[in-house]
Design a protein around this ligand. Structure first.
Ligand SMILES: [Fe+2]
Ligand SMILES: [Fe+2]
Length: 464
């Protein structure tokens, strides 16, 4: 029951968060009371045929959720997937028919469009339909598949009109990461117009790229610094790039909003790539002791350490990226090894060590090698040690990339101060003492010094 194989379900269940929540809730229920019984009902809405803007679709979906919640007074849990599916968990008899009827008779009014729905609904019952939760979900998915096979990717609706008005807040599609959001506002075959928000103190790169490439970043709000000459760009300034090898690095001084116009449509592929990588990282987090928060803290603290060492923006960018995905290679390591509470045998340990190399490979497979080679190499070296006793290559001293030296200190520190299955958390003081004692052994002395400065500032920042 513990081992739901989410991997196979990703094609249909794009939104893993919803699936995670549902899985957790039901696991807890079943663990707490073996006699429990409940109904799972999946409602799916054919959004594509409604031909709505994506933003309208999201609003509609919110309305539907609210209606379901309000309509049923009894205890009911609601889980959302993919902006077009809702699963309800209820402890009473079937709600399927009454709710379908209610949804069909309701007129939704969103953005001045009147929308009526014809939802599909399927139902499974615990314990009748499944001995364990995996097979229960499988039943549900099977039934859904029989109704409609077309659940792969959200299609961007095509508009027959040649003149379109986009009101504030309208967008076709959206990608979100911790530090940035991209909204696709308009697109045509060879052009995409994107509104991008980036939080302060983050770096981004602008580079020439291939034949026929043209890009423009127009600053709508905020301040951006060019790292080469410390020039501050403000609202109304812009950066453009065309075919060529040059790359420049910029840093956001404040929260910044850009209008990003590109002749090289990337949104769909970018969205998919970011989604895939984030869900890969999330999957590692769920089968390993590494958490998403660990990755976020690492990203911040290694950047701050890099700043103490006076690294240029390009290196800080690479460092941040590598920190966030440093253990992505663990996705290739068997769960039984990652979760083993006892000490690993020598053979098992050899397998575990391969995660550094796998991390490098995953980056090279997913990104343009030309630009991401350094990031891949940082990940490959994140377990090398200053005295040469690390892996995979046993590099020592200055042979280890500076970004990897930083990452290894910060990773070790953050792991120490957070509890692990095999190890109690150390206090901040104990962990710092431990790091200092490894100065010149596991860690490079100057990196440790820079880390200690950065950690002090980081602590002040988060405790504010
Ligand atoms: Fe690692
Ligand atoms: Fe880590």
């Amino acid at each position: 029951m513990e081992s739901i194989n989410k991997k196979n379900k990703i094609g249909i269940w794009q939104n893993l968060k919803g699936l995670d929540n549902l899985y957790q809730t039901i696991s807890n229920l079943i663990k707490s009371n073996m006699k429990v019984s409940f109904n799972l009902t999946m409602f799916s809405f054919d959004m594509e045929n409604l031909n709505l803007k994506y933003s309208t679709q999201i609003k509609l979906f919110d309305q539907i959720s609210k209606l379901i919640k309000n309509y049923l007074e009894e205890d009911i849990e609601l889980f959302q997937f993919d902006q077009n599916k809702i699963i309800t968990l209820s402890f009473n008899a079937s709600i399927k028919n009454t709710l379908v009827h209610k949804l069909q008779s309701e007129k939704f009014n969103i953005d001045d469009i009147e929308i009526s729905l014809s939802p599909q609904a399927v139902e499974t019952i615990w314990p009748k339909d499944g001995k364990d939760f995996d097979s229960l979900l499988d039943k549900l998915l099977q039934k859904l598949k029989n109704i409609d096979n077309n659940y792969e990717e959200l299609q961007i609706p095509t508009h027959p009109d040649s003149v379109l008005i986009n009101q504030k807040g309208d967008f076709i599609d959206k990608v979100e990461k911790v530090s940035t959001q991209l909204y696709l506002i308009a697109k045509d075959k060879n052009i995409e117009i994107i509104k991008q928000n980036i939080i302060s103190d983050r770096s981004f790169q602008v580079r020439g790229g291939d034949e026929g490439n043209f890009e423009l970043f127009y600053i709508l709000d905020g301040k951006v610094k060019n790292e080469d000459n410390d020039l501050i760009l403000k609202r109304g300034d812009s950066i453009s790039a065309k075919c060529g090898d040059q790359e420049k690095y910029f840093k956001t001084v404040t929260d910044t909003t850009l209008l990003y116009i590109t002749s090289n449509p990337i949104f769909a592929s970018e969205r998919k790539r970011i989604k895939d990588l984030l869900s890969l990282n999330e999957r590692i987090a769920e089968k390993d002791i590494e958490t998403q928060e660990h990755c976020n803290r690492l990203q911040q603290l290694s950047r701050m350490t890099g700043i103490e060492l006076g690294l240029e923006e390009k290196k800080l960018f690479n460092l941040g990226f590598a920190s966030f995905l440093h253990d992505i290679g663990k996705s290739k390591i068997p769960t039984s090894l990652l979760q083993k509470p006892e000490k690993l045998t020598e053979d098992e340990w050899d397998i575990m060590k391969q995660h550094a190399y796998w991390g490098k490979q995953i980056i090279l497979e997913n990104f343009n090698q030309k630009y991401f080679e350094r990031i891949a190499e940082i990940i490959n070296q994140h377990h090398e040690k200053y005295d040469g006793s690390g892996y995979p290559h046993g590099l020592s001293g200055a042979d280890i990339l500076i970004e990897a030296q930083i990452l290894s200190v910060v990773d070790a520190y953050d792991a120490m101060i957070n509890e692990r299955p095999y190890q109690k958390a150390l206090s901040r003081e104990e962990a710092l003492k431990e790091i200092k004692s490894e100065k010149g052994k596991q860690f490079s002395p100057k990196t440790v010094e820079a880390f200690l400065q950065a950690e002090k500032k980081y602590k002040n920042k988060v405790s504010k």
